[in-house]
Write a protein that binds this ligand. Structure first.
Ligand code: ADP
Length: 451
């Protein structure tokens, strides 16, 4: 069991290693909300500190002004009362304000926001201690834990002209209502954060799908590679016995003892073996092209003689069908191609023209236009509709119609042709009218002789 779980964890880790998107997702889901929270807290702390400092400065300033005034009117209790009520009106953060007159060692309240206590001696020992502390002329401001929110007591001595402390100004400041406001804002910030986390969650689910697809894609590529390797190996292995069959059939064909019907049968075997050989060749080319293993020996050549050679080689098949196969060379020019690959391409398209033309002619021409040497193969055959032309160069695509029913093929020839032409920096195009005929044109850039 233990072995299984260790193995399990090891597999998980290696899976994550192979799919770094998972780390990216975890990063998103954890780091973003955490960094939001941390930076939010930091901003909040700075904002609150600043606000406290500003508030204390403001209260300090107000006290400075008031104690100067109060020193002159310590005997005018109603005036002081009127003043402190005015101050309270303008300062929402002040919750208590008293003016106390020093009588011996005691402090009598001569103005207060709590009018009930006016005239009384303040006997709160803690406050008395603070009043005594402020006697030295210091301004005291200190936080208190008596309340839930942020709360301070501020004590300031009232000094007359002869520098005698005649009284005390006591202020209670609370940031409770601002804290309430903050709480509201923080709450909505947390809601916002939750929405972000939910959005990241949705992204995570999508990401998980992307990971699935990525893994699947990898597997598909592996399977595709295995398939290509298998096809390539199987095609090679098929070629050996096929070469032996072709060799013996050829020898058999030369035998003097065969009757005419034996000879016909031998020719049929030979033809089938040749077809099979071509098919294997195509399959091998497809696999080489897909794996980028098809090599090209590019050389500057004038293609005329090679076109002629290919046309000659197909003359017999054309004649057998009663077709006129001709080559019209209009211009000579140099192009850079692999000769064997060019011949392979020409055999394919001229071969197709002969194959898909029941009556009439196949004309091959080469000419120079706009710096390009084009080789055009025109036939008077069955033609290809516009819709079919779109798919013509796809792998395994064959036009399915009554006319093509009895014509054998794999649908690989034009795919291979296009790949080869493109890899030799050429282009291939088709012009065709269904029922009238087809033109296949391949073009290569003309090389100036100095090049
Ligand atoms: P195939 O082995 O079937 O000939 P190709 O890739 O060479 O495969 O050609 C694909 C299809 O294009 C053919 O099956 C045929 O239907 C069509 N085609 C190719 N050349 C011609 C042409 N000259 N005239 C009419 N149809 C053609």
């Amino acid at each position: 069991m233990k072995k299984f779980s260790v193995e399990h964890i090891r597999k998980r880790i290696s899976f994550i290693g192979r799919n770094p998107q998972i780390i990216y997702t975890i990063f998103l889901i954890i780091i973003i909300p955490v960094s939001f929270l941390l930076s939010g807290q930091k901003f909040l702390k700075v904002a609150m500190d600043n606000q406290e400092r500003l508030e204390q400065d403001r209260i300090g300033l107000m006290q400075d002004v008031f104690v100067g005034f109060a020193a002159l009117f310590m005997d005018d209790s109603p005036l002081l009362q009127e003043q402190i009520e005015g101050i309270k009106e303008q300062n929402k953060t002040i919750v208590d304000l008293k003016v106390l007159k020093k009588i011996g060692s005691e402090y009598q309240i001569i103005a207060s926001l709590d009018t009930q206590e006016i005239g009384k001696i303040d006997d709160d020992s803690r406050r008395n201690f603070n009043y005594n502390m402020a006697l030295s002329g210091d301004s005291l401001i200190f936080p208190t834990k008596e309340y839930d929110g942020r709360h301070w007591h501020a004590v300031r001595s009232i000094v007359d002209d002869s520098s005698n402390t005649v009284g005390i100004m006591y202020t209670d400041i609370s940031l409770e209502h601002i804290d309430e406001l903050f709480k509201e804002k923080i709450k909505s910030a947390y809601y916002f954060l939750m929405i972000i986390v939910a959005a990241i969650g949705v992204l995570l689910i999508r990401q998980a799908k992307v990971i699935d697809y990525a893994v699947l894609y990898k597997r598909l590529k592996e399977v595709d590679q295995m398939k290509d390797d298998f096809i390539s190996m199987a095609a090679h292995e098929l070629r050996t016995p096929l070469t032996i069959i072709r060799g013996y059939t050829e020898m058999l064909g030369d035998s003097k003892r065969l009757t005419e019907s034996d000879r016909q049968m031998t020719r049929n075997i030979e033809q089938s073996a040749t077809n099979l050989n071509k098919l294997i060749g195509d399959i091998l080319d497809v696999s080489r092209l897909q794996q980028g293993r098809l090599s090209f020996d590019l050389k500057n050549i004038q293609p005329g003689s090679y076109i002629q050679e290919v046309v000659e080689s197909l003359q017999y098949t054309a004649k057998e069908k009663g077709l006129q196969l001709t080559y019209q060379k209009k211009d000579a020019a140099t192009i850079k191609v692999d000769v064997d690959r060019l011949k392979q391409v020409l055999i394919n398209i001229i071969g197709n023209a002969v194959k898909y033309t029941p009556t009439g002619s196949v004309t091959v021409s080469s000419y120079v236009e706009k710096g390009l040497l084009s080789m055009r193969v025109s036939d008077t055959g069955i033609g290809i509709s516009a819709e079919e032309q779109q798919k013509l160069f796809s792998r395994f695509y064959r036009v399915r119609s009554q006319e093509t029913e009895d014509i054998r093929g794999t649908g690989l020839g034009l795919w291979i042709t296009k790949k080869i032409v493109t890899q030799m920096n050429g282009t291939i195009s088709v012009e065709s009218i269904k029922g009238k005929g087809t033109d296949l044109i391949i073009s290569f850039r003309v090389i100036k002789t100095e090049e």
